[in-house]
Write a protein that binds this ligand. Structure first.
Ligand code: AMP
Length: 391
């Protein structure tokens, strides 16, 4: 990575504004999944060990432009305090007198969490005055919020223009694996893409076709490709407006793009629907829809993974929320975990499938950023990364 990281800076007696991604799920004021908080610990601990005072900032949820108790970072600060085994103070605002007074008294080794940056509408507008007001709190800016790096907001981008600005360890790791897959992939490189819609991911597919040796397609998005090949799709999810794009992509893909050869179909979009497994070559009968890839497809995809050096997976192979249609996603998860390649998994659904199956330990890198990881795979520059100081 050509950006400076926290290893390039002396933090002794420095006040550090650390943008983290503490956008965690909550229930009754308690954090129900602390993965993102844990993911920020290496950076937080490194900075504390090197003599810094930490002002952590994050967004949480989508407040409507002002403070809302349900979007307070208080539960996240409490969870962080438990994980660190030391007090963590919540500062009730991220800018203005309250924040400036807190920044004036914080000392080395202390951790304060600034209240939700999205309580100010200027955050998402990347307002330059607001970015400046954030910056006056600290001597150095650290961005460790990979999951927000595809957004040019005041705390992810604007502030970096006012302070020495470097990447945290999570950011560095994400860029190493995802950036590596884009800029300098090991071959054979196999990408697996699933999820509902082709229109969301066509740019990703096109970029992957240029970089990878094989691109395996599953999920609802496969249907539009199959329809573009002239197959009957019954009541399956098909994006009529993407048929031409799908045809063009198929034409330039040559043999690189693998599509499902069989599917699990259902007579309703329902967890308890009647099911059948069919070969897609015969088409999907009227009144039925594809909700998962079939066993022959799983076998073909597992075969394609054999001998690969790098595998990147994003998006489920079917409607895995319904157990009857989860086999394709679960078996692909197994195949990815056991293929022996460097494996990178991103996107909430694929990560959930890996974790539910207890396979997380066998994956080289599980990305914390769904949207950000897709934008990287699409070959786009992430504004939150671009704004950091070059090496
Ligand atoms: P995305 O947000 O684009 O990654 O899509 C994830 C969603 O795609 C999940 O909620 C799945 O239930 C859904 N999905 C996967 N396969 C299908 C399918 N064959 N038909 C309809 N939805 C699907």
């Amino acid at each position: 990575m050509n950006k400076k990281t926290i290893r390039d800076i002396d933090f002794k007696k420095k006040k550090v504004f650390v943008r983290v991604d503490f956008n965690v799920p909550l229930k009754d004021g308690v954090v129900t999944d602390d993965t993102r908080i844990r993911a920020a610990l290496p950076t937080i601990q490194y900075l504390l060990e090197h003599g810094a005072a930490l002002l952590l900032a994050s967004h949480l949820g989508r407040p409507k432009g002002g403070p809302e108790a349900k979007y307070s970072l208080k539960p996240a600060a409490e969870r962080l305090s438990q994980l660190l085994g030391k007090p963590v103070k919540l500062v009730p605002d991220c800018v203005g007198t309250v924040a400036e007074e807190a920044a004036a008294v914080i000392t080395a080794g202390e951790v304060y969490v600034l209240e939700n940056v999205r309580f100010h509408p200027e955050e998402e507008k990347n307002d330059s005055t607001f970015a400046k007001r954030l910056s006056v709190l600290a001597d150095v800016y650290v961005n460790d919020a990979f999951g927000s790096a595809h957004r040019a907001h005041a705390s992810t981008e604007g502030i970096a223009h006012h302070l020495p600005a470097v990447a945290g360890l999570l950011m560095e790791k994400e860029i190493e694996y995802l950036g590596g897959a884009v800029d300098n992939p090991k071959h054979p490189y196999v990408a697996i893409l699933g999820g509902a819609k082709i229109s969301d991911k066509i740019g990703v597919i096109d970029n992957l076709l240029a970089k990878a040796d094989r691109v395996l397609i599953g999920g609802g998005m496969a249907n539009t490709f199959l329809k573009a090949q002239g197959l009957e799709m019954g009541d399956s999810l098909v994006e009529a407006t993407s048929l031409e794009t799908a045809q063009a992509t198929l034409a330039k893909a040559g043999g690189k793009l693998l599509l499902p050869v069989d599917a699990v179909i259902a007579d309703a979009f329902d967890a308890n629907a009647a099911t059948q497994t069919i070969d897609v070559a015969g088409g999907v009968p009227a009144g039925w829809r594809i909700l998962d890839i079939g066993p022959k497809t799983v076998a073909a995809y597992a075969e394609a993974l054999k001998g690969s050096a790098l595998v990147v997976w994003n998006g489920p192979m079917g409607v895995f929320e319904f157990p009857r249609f989860a086999a394709g996603t679960n078996q692909v998860a197994q195949a990815v975990a056991s293929c022996g390649a460097t494996t990178v998994v991103g996107g909430g659904d694929s990560v959930a499938a890996i974790e539910q199956a207890g396979l997380a330990e066998q994956i080289t890198h599980i990305s914390t950023g769904g949207g950000a990881s897709l934008e990287m795979l699409e070959g786009r520059t992430l504004p939150g990364l671009a704004a950091l100081n070059d090496k």
